[in-house]
Design a protein around this ligand. Structure first.
Ligand code: DQA
Length: 141
């Protein structure tokens, strides 16, 4: 089982950005947690982070026939990007959406999620655990 984990803009700033909302742990802490979980569960994971919408679209296109599952936190592109939604629909890879914070209790613009139209399941407001829960769901553990 091969799973691609994509993080969108500003998620590389975890630990620095708005710690009251996203916590004090860093992006490296997040990667370590995901890699440890993957190793313990015999899952192959690749971690990808980009601040660029087009690069995320390209990465999703390249995942076609390479990955069995996609875990994606598109960051702010969640609320704006039809291009990322279309890329996920194009490749037809089973996808879970993750948000560290509870977007449903924040500003109204965060309550619109384009990616949710292609996501089998959304993990919202669970902190870093959302990523491992999403992988767990995709591998059926
Ligand atoms: C986020 C929520 C988004 O609204 C925000 O733009 C992010 C992170 C989250 O993980 O809670 O960058 O996706």
């Amino acid at each position: 089982m091969r799973i691609l984990v994509i993080n969108g803009p500003n998620l590389n700033m975890l630990g620095i950005r708005e710690p009251d909302i996203y916590g004090k742990n860093t992006y490296k802490d997040l990667c370590d947690k995901i890699e440890k979980f993957a190793e313990e569960n015999n899952v192959e994971v690749e971690l990808y982070q980009s601040n660029y919408e087009g690069d995320i679209v390209t990465k999703i296109q390249q995942a076609y026939k390479v990955f069995d599952g996609l875990v994606i936190n598109p960051g702010a592109y969640t609320h704006t990007s039809v291009a990322i939604l279309d890329a996920v629909k194009a490749v037809g890879i089973r996808t879970c959406e993750v948000h560290i914070s509870d977007v449903n209790t924040r500003e109204p613009f965060r309550q619109i999620s384009y990616i949710s139209y292609a996501a089998e399941k959304s993990f919202i407001g669970l902190g870093f655990d959302g990523y491992t829960e999403a992988i767990k769901y995709l591998i059926g553990a």
